[in-house]
Write a protein that binds this ligand. Structure first.
Ligand code: ASP
Length: 436
């Protein structure tokens, strides 16, 4: 049995939804379908989820949702008419509008795009609609309740007709709606795949899978055919945005493969994400290159730091007290640097610096902004000499100054910090060193 998740672009228009229908009907194994809210129909269009956040903001400002709801109404009424479905969409939109006006917090509003999208598709397919609120559960503290959810999802195996489930949300113990972070329908799909024991989790989107690097930086980069869970985790954490980075956790334990597919090019095999790829021949030592801008480094120097017991712990305790998690921590003999995402330091940076000074009394402390991190990822790197050399030569030849280097002990990634202005140049240089 397969679980298929269809993203926002796949659910955006009557034409794309017809294509979704065709894909589902072409394989009787495709019995569990998870959907996103309708996304953009054209460049500059607004996703239904964003309209719903707008509706919620309208409610917060004026006491009730207004124009945004009417736009959503328009989209769904047109959609069902074009699909030739006999559904009273106005009734559903009225229900959503009343719900937004009565709810506190934005999660309920944000979740309704998936809710409506799943109702429409279930009607078109003649599948059952199962509300995610009834099967995907969160605990009182807001964390995901994996065990409870898994028991509830397993019950779906009794269904023989086929099921459509809205992605992106679940419910709290008091029944209120809670969403995952943006793009979270990917996570919902993975949760359903685990619960029903799917043979494969197909994630249908609008690209042919993972590209070796960001197509906005390198034109027409190569497509990845296979990658491992671990590589995916590294790449998506570092900015490769095809799949939500948390999608691995639910399927990891049971080793369920994830196949990224393109709704608009279904003949392309896409990218296969597997627990173990050691049996696959690889054309390059490097699997992928990803990166993101917007990082800050705090660099400390102190004579004899290395022999000062508890130095690192004290510095990190300051971050912990401020609720800040860090990305990397390269250290020297008497130096220590901590790389942190810029936005988590916003507003608290000077206080953090003062607290570190007070705690460990360093000889100097320097803050460097606008650092871009680039991860070069691949299992092949572990037993291959010269990978780092190739990266550094490429960067040297491109005239890129390296500000930081960090190689994980797993030896499946090398992280490089460069100035933001050099980011695109650096990615291009590394790409051509390994793939051209
Ligand atoms: N619709 C939600 C978003 O735009 C969730 C999703 O599509 O996965 O983030």
């Amino acid at each position: 049995m397969k679980v298929c998740k269809f993203g926002g672009t796949s659910m955006a228009t009557a034409k794309s939804i017809r294509q979704v229908e065709k894909i589902i009907r072409s394989d009787p194994e495709r019995k569990y379908v998870v959907v996103s809210a309708p996304g953009k129909r054209f460049k500059g269009d607004i996703k239904v989820t964003d309209l719903l956040y707008q509706a919620d903001a309208e409610k917060a400002h004026y006491g009730c949702a207004g124009p945004a709801i009417e736009e959503i109404r328009d989209r769904f009424v047109t959609l069902v008419a074009e699909l030739g479905l006999d559904m009273d969409m106005d009734r559903y939109i009225d229900e959503v509008e009343a719900g937004i006006n009565a709810s506190s917090g934005s999660d309920y509003a944000a979740s309704r795009g998936e809710y409506l999208s799943a109702i429409v598709l279930s009607e078109l397919l003649g599948f059952d609609f199962v509300d995610a609120a009834d099967i995907i559960k969160f605990k009182h503290d807001g964390s995901f309740d994996a065990d409870n959810t898994n028991d509830l999802v397993q019950e779906l195996k009794k269904n023989t007709k086929g099921i459509v489930i809205p992605g992106f949300y679940g419910s709290m113990p008091d029944g209120s709606i809670k969403t995952f972070s943006r793009g979270g329908s990917d996570v919902s799909g993975a949760i359903i795949a685990r619960g029903v024991g799917a043979a494969i989790y197909e994630n249908w989107t609008d690209v042919n899978g993972f590209m070796v690097t960001d197509p906005n930086v390198v034109q027409n980069p190569k497509q990845m055919e296979v990658l491992s869970y671990e590589e995916l985790r590294e790449l998506s954490y570092m900015g490769a945005s095809v799949l939500h980075p948390d999608s691995i956790f639910p399927v990891r334990e049971d080793g369920i493969p994830i196949n990224i597919r393109n709704t608009f090019e279904p003949e392309n095999k896409g990218t296969m994400i597997l627990p173990d790829i050691s049996g696959y021949p690889k054309s390059s030592i490097v699997t992928g290159i990803a990166g993101r801008k917007g990082n800050t480094t705090i660099s400390l120097k102190k004579a004899m730091m290395n022999s000062e017991l508890g130095f690192g712990r004290k510095v990190l305790s300051v971050l912990e007290r401020h609720g800040i998690s860090f990305e990397h921590m390269p250290t020297g003999i008497d130096t220590m640097s901590i790389v942190i995402t810029e936005k988590v330091l916003n507003g608290v940076e000077s206080q953090v610096i003062e607290d570190i000074k007070g705690k460990v009394n360093p000889d100097s402390i320097e803050v460097i902004h606008n650092l871009a991190l680039i991860a070069v990822v691949g299992h092949g790197m572990a037993n291959q000499m010269g990978t780092a050399a190739r990266i550094f030569v490429a960067l040297y030849q491109a005239g890129v100054n390296i500000r930081m280097i960090d190689q994980g002990s797993s030896e499946m990634n090398i992280i490089i910090g460069v100035e933001e202005k050099d980011y695109e140049k650096a990615i291009k240089a590394i790409y051509s060193a390994f793939f051209e």
